[in-house]
Design a protein around this ligand. Structure first.
Ligand code: F0G
Length: 362
């Protein structure tokens, strides 16, 4: 019987040797690439969604975390720390527990989704709610890692990028070549950095160890930030980032230059989408594609739809949109209508006549 072994084992020859000494895995990666006819119809392109919510802790972060925690374990580390808008902390907590390490987590006060908070606590993290935003948390986490033996597992840790680049490999493996366009949300900008690295490596364009090229080309990278937290679009840090997409509520991305390099070298764009556009895309993903995501994850779809409306999506282009995290992380958004009213289930008595009646059947 075949079982997916996690990204370090599956892509062993394309990952650095030090990750293999003590592999800590929960079987991450191998996520579905799902055709999205509802999005193809709307855009005239051939659209697929890469469903990263199917990872063990429900987000793409697990790809990078298996690498970061394996490397830390190989060095005999006892403790790790991260700043997080929620998903990194859930992932770090799970992999650290698996490795028998202590995990300290710094999250912005009151601005992380309940599902993510629950995960970090359930996995035994030392969770601190910091009086500040994500950017403040990251500055503090970096300093803590400098002055103590605690290892930093944010995406400024290069092992995180190594693990996360495997998502690009999976897409090329599934399609037979790179897509024309790759869309994704951008927050701290680790993921766009990792995808661009992965696509370049698979096309034989990276400076690393020479390995056979799998793809003949690289995609245009289309990144999308929330309008209230769009430093890369504005060209300067944003002091008070605001968006309902709390995962990407970030004003000063750590991988700023790598993100703009991915944009420019690929012939891509980084643009802003409003919270309304994000929620509209969230609804289309749920109600028409059949994929439930958290709001931040809908930003890539929102951006693709906005560009299609402007006539900027070539007809027939092959487009992959990475949807980064599971809808169950932050489910409240499904329970609201577009005009903000609460959705509540219809109550009926437990007899078939009233049920048929309520459903409008004869
Ligand atoms: N989507 C989701 C669901 C995320 O959790 C994040 C980042 C992003 C997109 C953006 O990815 O930062 O690599 O550009 N979440 C981080 C966290 C910041 O702490 O969980 P990025």
């Amino acid at each position: 019987a075949h079982q997916w072994r996690g990204v370090i084992a599956e892509y062993a020859d394309r990952l650095p040797a030090h990750l293999h000494e003590k592999v800590v895995t929960l079987g991450e990666g191998g996520t579905p690439l799902v055709p999205a006819p509802a999005l193809s119809q709307r855009t005239g392109a051939d659209v697929f969604v890469k469903v990263e919510g199917m990872n063990p802790t429900g987000s793409f972060k697990d790809r990078g975390m298996t690498a970061a925690i394996s490397a830390a374990a190989g060095r005999g580390a006892k403790a790790v720390v991260c700043a997080s808008t929620g998903n990194t902390s859930a992932s770090a907590a799970a992999y650290a527990t698996r490795a028998g390490m202590t995990c300290a987590v710094l999250v912005p006060d009151g601005k992380i989704a309940m599902g993510k908070l629950s995960q970090a606590i359930a996995h035994g993290a030392r969770l601190l709610q910091v009086d500040g935003n994500f950017d403040d948390c990251l500055v503090a986490a970096r300093k803590l890692a400098e002055v103590s033996p605690i290892e930093l597992v944010n995406s400024v840790n290069p092992d995180r990028i190594q693990g996360q680049k495997t998502a690009a490999f999976e897409i090329v493996d599934a399609l037979g070549d790179a897509p024309d366009i790759h869309c994704l949300p951008v927050g701290n900008a680790g993921n766009i950095t990792a995808y661009w690295k992965g696509f370049r490596e698979y096309a034989g364009l990276d400076d690393g160890e020479p390995l056979p090229a799998v793809a003949t080309r690289t995609p245009r990278m289309w990144g999308f930030q929330a309008a209230g937290a769009a430093p890369l679009v504005k060209g300067h840090p944003v002091d008070q980032p605001e968006t309902i997409a709390t995962a990407i509520r970030i004003g000063n991305p750590a991988s700023w230059e790598q993100a703009t390099d991915a944009r420019d070298a690929s012939g891509g764009v980084i643009e802003a989408v409003t919270d309304e556009q994000i929620l509209a895309a969230h609804r289309i993903l749920s109600a028409e594609v059949g994929v439930f995501v958290e709001p931040a994850s809908a930003a890539g779809v929102a951006g693709l739809l906005a560009r299609a409306e402007q006539g900027l999506v070539p007809v027939g282009a092959r487009v992959v949109v990475t949807v980064t995290g599971h809808g169950l992380k932050d489910p409240q958004w499904a329970l609201r209508t577009p005009d903000g009213n609460e959705v509540t289930p219809t109550r009926v008595s437990a007899d078939v006549m009233s049920i048929a009646d309520a459903l409008g059947l004869d």
